[in-house]
Design a protein around this ligand. Structure first.
Ligand SMILES: [Zn+2]
Ligand SMILES: [Zn+2]
Ligand SMILES: [Zn+2]
Ligand SMILES: [Zn+2]
Length: 452
C-alpha cells in the first residue's frame, strides 16, 4: 500500500459513524466517569480525522478525563512472564498454572470458575490449542503457552462486549496493514479447530485486530508486587491525536484506568494532544516509529527544528579527524537527511551516521541489559563520553534506566555518591523536558515520583 492510501485508511471514519454517534458511544462508555460539564469535546481535526478539543481554557495540571479500559488482555510480549493469570493478572506458580478447564490459558483457581472467564474458556476449549493436554491424560510437567494464542485473547474478548461497547470498537479507526492478517493466520495455527472458514467471523476478527494494533495501549499493572504489562483499549485516550511534545499527559492507574491531565495551559478551542512515541526520542527515531506503527509523518514544530528545541537529542560526534564537534541532521521531515558538523561544517551522508547511531544504541543497550546499576553509572560517566555526546537520546535513555532502577528496587543499597549521580541525571532530564516545553508531562511526574 502506498503512503496516501495508508493515510486514508488510517483517517477514514469507519462504519460511517458520525461524530455525534461516536460522542454518544463514548458517553455510554465513560458511564459514571462522564462529567456533567466536560472541558473537552470531540470534533473534526486538521491533524487526522477527528480529535479531542478544549471547550474552555484548561489550566496546566487540570484533569481532562478519566476512562476505564473497554477491554484488556495480556500483551504476551517477548520476555513477558506468561505464567500470569489472564483475568486478575496475579503471578501464578512456574508449573501447574493452566486453567483447570483445559482451555490452556494461564488462569488462577478462582478466576477459572469466574463468570468473566467462562465464554473465552469455552472458545479456547472448542478451538483446541495445540499445546492442550488430551482429555483424560494427566497434565505433564512441561506446560507451554504459545504467546500468539495468548495475544489473540484480547480480540476474542471484544466479541463478548455489550452491544454499545461493541459499536464503539467498530467506530474506532484501524490501519489496514497486511501484517495484521499474518498475525491472525499465525495465531490460528496454534489451534486445531480455529474457525478459519467462517468468513464473517474472520472478517470481524481482522477488523478487531486492526483496531487493537492501531489503538491499544500497553499499561503496567501491579498485583501483589507482581508487575505485568496489559494491552488495553481506551477509546477516548486513543482518539487524541499525536504531537511530539503534547499538551496533555496520560498515565494508567493500575492498567485499567487512563487518567488524562493538561501538561500545559490549553486555550479554549485548542486540540488536546498526546504522544504516541517516547517524549525523549530523537526526531528521526520518532519519525521512523510513527511511520512504521501509525503510518503517518508528523509535522509538529519540534519535528521541523533540527536542533530539537536546542536539546540536540540526535547529535553524534563528528567523524573528522581531530574534530569533536556535534553533528546533527541538516534537513527535517526526511528519513535520509544529510548530517552537518556544527564545528567544522563537514557534511556526512545519512548511511554513515545511521551506522554510527546504531553502534551507540547497541553498545549502550547491551550494557543496560547486562550491567548492575553501579556498572551502568561507571559506563555512563567514564566510557560513553568517548563515543556518544551527552545530549544523545540513547545516553539519556540509559540515565533514565538508572533512575528507574534506583528508585524502584532496594533504594537503600546505594551509596551517597551513586544517589548524587542519579540526582544529577534527573536534573539533566528535567532540563531537557523544560527545553522541549513538555510542562507537567508523564515522564516528569514519573521521575519526580509524583506518580508510580
Ligand atoms: Zn486470576
Ligand atoms: Zn479456562
Ligand atoms: Zn512531531
Ligand atoms: Zn567536525
Amino acid at each position: 500500500m502506498n503512503t496516501t492510501a495508508a493515510m486514508i485508511a488510517h483517517m477514514a471514519p469507519d462504519r460511517n459513524t458520525t461524530p455525534e454517534q461516536l460522542a454518544k458511544l463514548i458517553d455510554v462508555h465513560l458511564g459514571d466517569l462522564h462529567e456533567a460539564d466536560p472541558n473537552w469535546t470531540l470534533a473534526a481535526s486538521v491533524v487526522a480525522g477527528r480529535g479531542v478539543f478544549a471547550t474552555r481554557d484548561i489550566a496546566r495540571g487540570e484533569l481532562i478525563f478519566r476512562e476505564r479500559a473497554l477491554v484488556v488482555g495480556p500483551t504476551a510480549r517477548k520476555g513477558a512472564q506468561l505464567n500470569t493469570c489472564v483475568c486478575c493478572h496475579c503471578l501464578l506458580p512456574a508449573q501447574g498454572f493452566l486453567c483447570a478447564h483445559r482451555c490452556t490459558l494461564p488462569v488462577c483457581g478462582p478466576c477459572s470458575d469466574s463468570e468473566t472467564h467462562r465464554e473465552e474458556c469455552q472458545h479456547f476449549q472448542r478451538w483446541q490449542p495445540i499445546d492442550a493436554v488430551p482429555e483424560g491424560a494427566e497434565p505433564s510437567g512441561a506446560e507451554q503457552i504459545n504467546p500468539l494464542s495468548l495475544r489473540i485473547l484480547t480480540a476474542v474478548r471484544v466479541f463478548h462486549l455489550g452491544q454499545q461497547q461493541r459499536s464503539l470498537v467498530d467506530a474506532m479507526q484501524a490501519n489496514a496493514e497486511r501484517g495484521y492478517r499474518q498475525e491472525i493466520i499465525k495465531a490460528a495455527q496454534c489451534f486445531r479447530n480455529f474457525p478459519t472458514t467462517d468468513k464473517p467471523f474472520m472478517d470481524q476478527l481482522f477488523r478487531i485486530v486492526g483496531v487493537l494494533n492501531t489503538n491499544a495501549f500497553e499499561a503496567p499493572c501491579r498485583v501483589d508486587g507482581h508487575e505485568t504489562l496489559l494491552r488495553g483499549l481506551f477509546p477516548l485516550t486513543a482518539i487524541m491525536n499525536h504531537e511530539c511534545t503534547p499538551n496533555a499527559s496520560h498515565y494508567f492507574d493500575n492498567g485499567r484506568m487512563a487518567v488524562v491531565r493538561a501538561a500545559r495551559d490549553i486555550p479554549k478551542g485548542g486540540e488536546i494532544t498526546t504522544t504516541y512515541t517516547k517524549i525523549l526520542w530523537s526526531n528521526l527515531t520518532r519519525g521512523i516509529f510513527l511511520k512504521m506503527t501509525k503510518n503517518f509523518m508528523c509535522d509538529c514544530p519540534r519535528c521541523n527544528d533540527n536542533t530539537e528545541n536546542g536539546t540536540y537529542l540526535s547529535a553524534l560526534f563528528c567523524r573528522e579527524q581531530g574534530c569533536k564537534g556535534l553533528v546533527i541532521p541538516v534537513q527535517t521531515k526526511t528519513m535520509q537527511p544529510d548530517w552537518r558538523c556544527l564545528s567544522c561544517e563537514n557534511v556526512f551522508p545519512h548511511a554513515k551516521m545511521a551506522r554510527y547511531q546504531d553502534f551507540a544504541l547497541n553498545t549502550i543497550n547491551n550494557r543496560i541489559n547486562s550491567s548492575s546499576v553501579q556498572d551502568m553509572i561507571h559506563f555512563i560517566n567514564e566510557l560513553c563520553p568517548r563515543f556518544c555526546p551527552s545530549s544523545n537520546y540513547v545516553l539519556i535513555e540509559a540515565k533514565l534506566n538508572v533512575i528507574w532502577r534506583m528508585t524502584r528496587f532496594n533504594a537503600e543499597q546505594y551509596t551517597d555518591q551513586e544517589v548524587a549521580h542519579k540526582d544529577r541525571y534527573r536534573e539533566e532530564i528535567l532540563a531537557i523536558l523544560h527545553k522541549l516545553g513538555a510542562g507537567e508531562c508523564t515522564l516528569k511526574k514519573l521521575i519526580t515520583e509524583e506518580i508510580q
